[in-house]
Design a protein around this ligand. Structure first.
Ligand code: BJW
Length: 234
């Protein structure tokens, strides 16, 4: 673990990119993907969050996303979401790239957000590509040609151009609460490094890419994120 704050102290970062994953919302009560053995109602998550699953059993896939959409009303942003919203106010160029499909960053007050894996509160027409806001439950009989606007494995991520442009130009890259298992998100640290950005990982535990980061802080996001940002900006 590398925790020497000297490399960021007294530096004025102008282009900050933050990448978040499920760990930032865990303490709000939203389960991460790779806990609970990656299972949902006994189904392998990777089988539920896939276009094949949607084609084979759309009702089951809708049930999965209906349950998660419903859960949004029961959860609230936490101290880590709020600290990131505050950071955005103090930085000249700030991009929040999230793999999360929940809306907790928005509700905490963040603005420049890129939901690279889609959003629970949007649905997409499979024939026309039209995307619209949606709340509530999708019942398969009423929504024959509509799917959750979620990026499943093998599908292109959203905002890829904006994301790579921001990561290529940043001087500080923060990676929070992601296992760094899923690409292209996990590879953004390499993009940021090519611009000599300082890269900082904040996670409950070590990930397979921890050694690529200049600093690592391990602990719950609601503690380490506000603490780190407080030190960064004081
Ligand atoms: C805490 C905490 C606390 C817990 N505080 N921390 C081989 C090599 C390289 C790549 C590939 C490959 N084979 C296939 C690929 C590509 C594939 C991929 O990466 N696969 C890997 C599994 C190997 N990627 C894709 O398919 C992507 N698309 C793509 O590449 O397109 C190419 C293309 C281009 C052009 C045309 C066509 C195609 C798409 C990826 C889509 C991912 N989708 C999902 C599901 C949908 C969303 C949903 O239903 O919600 O997105 S998968 C799932 O994983 C979800 C997440 O966003 C994503 C990342 O997970 P995350 O956020 O990291 O969560 P966890 O659970 O893994 O980790 C939680 C972390 O939090 C842990 O580290 C904990 O320690 C930590 N934590 N509590 C702080 N309190």
């Amino acid at each position: 673990m590398k925790t020497n704050m000297e490399i960021v102290k007294n530096r004025k970062f102008k282009n900050v990119v933050v990448l978040t994953g499920a760990g930032v919302s865990a303490e709000s009560g939203i389960k991460t993907f790779r806990d609970a053995n990656g299972l949902w109602e006994g189904h392998d998550i990777t089988q539920v969050a896939s276009f094949d699953a949607y084609q084979n059993d759309p009702a089951m896939v809708h049930r999965f996303y209906n349950a998660r959409r419903k859960q949004l009303a029961e959860v609230k942003p936490n101290a880590a979401h709020r600290a990131l919203a505050q950071l955005e106010k103090r930085v000249q160029n700030f991009s929040l790239i999230t793999q999360n499909v929940d809306d907790l960053h928005e509700r905490a007050g963040s603005h420049n957000i890129f939901h690279m894996h889609g959003e629970l509160k949007k649905i997409r027409n499979t024939l026309t590509g039209e995307i619209k806001s949606f709340e509530g439950a999708i019942l398969e009989k009423d929504f024959t040609n509509w799917r959750p606007d979620i990026v499943w494995f093998g599908e292109p991520v959203k905002y890829s151009e904006e994301i790579f442009t921001a990561a290529s130009a940043c001087d500080l890259f923060l990676c929070i609460g992601t296992s760094n298992n899923v690409y292209p998100a996990a590879g953004l640290v390499h993009t940021a490094k090519m611009n000599q950005a300082i890269c900082v990982e904040l996670n409950l535990e070590e990930t397979q890419l921890s050694s690529y980061y200049d600093l690592n802080f391990f602990g719950p996001a609601t503690e380490v994120v506000p603490e780190f940002l407080e030190q960064l900006t004081s």
